[in-house]
Design a protein around this ligand. Structure first.
Ligand SMILES: Cc1cc2nc3c(=O)[nH]c(=O)nc-3n(C[C@H](O)[C@H](O)[C@H](O)COP(=O)(O)O)c2cc1C
Length: 199
């Protein structure tokens, strides 16, 4: 009798409990917000969570511009690049805050990595933004990454140099509707067997 079989019944091993996994499972992209402002200490905590992310050679190739000014948020929600539908970004007009995430790929290590076709700085950015997303989710905040943006227009709006690399925007706010527990992962994601293998 195998370790998992007890008197003819096969017992599934329970996955270990993980509070982080629970937050990951409850998170979804939120595009409708209720208009409540986000306390400054919460915004500070999100940036602190990003600051603590791992990065290649600890280069920390990022800058976070936290935008709460309503006019600027409205303008940022209009920076879809030509040919891209405005709706991919227009929902952000209702966000309580937008964090503009800039990348600094000019560090020597990134240039070296680039010659090896390793775009490490973008991996670093992904880790940092996801730190913010998960802390936000745990605190009941909704968020949505925005990758469809017109870099020059964003830089003009936030007063950064034209060449500044804007990696993404993160729209944040309290969700308009309460977030129900999410049970649609099997429909919304490719099966585990398809995306992973074991050797
Ligand atoms: C790098 C990146 C860029 C994204 N850009 C956009 C975007 O421009 N507009 C948008 O509405 N959602 C955007 N998303 C959100 C994805 O559409 C969303 O994560 C995906 O559909 C899975 O849904 P879920 O986050 O609710 O699980 C982006 C997500 C990532 C990670």
């Amino acid at each position: 009798m195998s370790q998992n079989q007890v008197e003819g019944t096969t017992q599934q091993k329970q996955p270990p409990r993980s509070a982080v996994f629970d937050v990951i499972s409850a998170r979804r992209s939120v595009r409708e917000f209720d208009g409540r402002p986000i306390p400054q200490e919460v915004l500070d905590l999100l940036v602190e969570a990003a600051r603590r992310a791992p990065s290649s050679c600890n280069t920390q190739p990022w800058h976070f511009t936290v935008v709460t000014d309503r006019e600027k948020i409205a303008a940022l929600a209009k920076v879809a690049p030509g040919g891209i539908e405005q709706r991919f970004i227009s929902f952000a007009a209702q966000a309580a805050a937008i964090i503009v995430v800039s990348a600094r790929p000019k560090l020597l290590i990134h240039r070296a990595a680039g010659t090896l076709e390793r775009d490490c700085h973008l991996l670093d950015i992904g880790a940092a933004v996801e730190h913010m997303v998960l802390v936000a989710a745990e605190l009941g905040l909704g968020s949505c990454w925005i990758g469809w943006l017109h870099q020059r227009k964003v830089n003009e709006l936030i007063g950064r140099p034209r060449r500044n690399r804007v990696a993404a925007l993160l729209a944040l706010g309290y969700p308009k509707e309460p977030l129900l527990p999410r049970d649609d992962w099997d429909r919304r994601r490719r099966p585990r067997e398809e995306i992973s293998s074991a050797l």
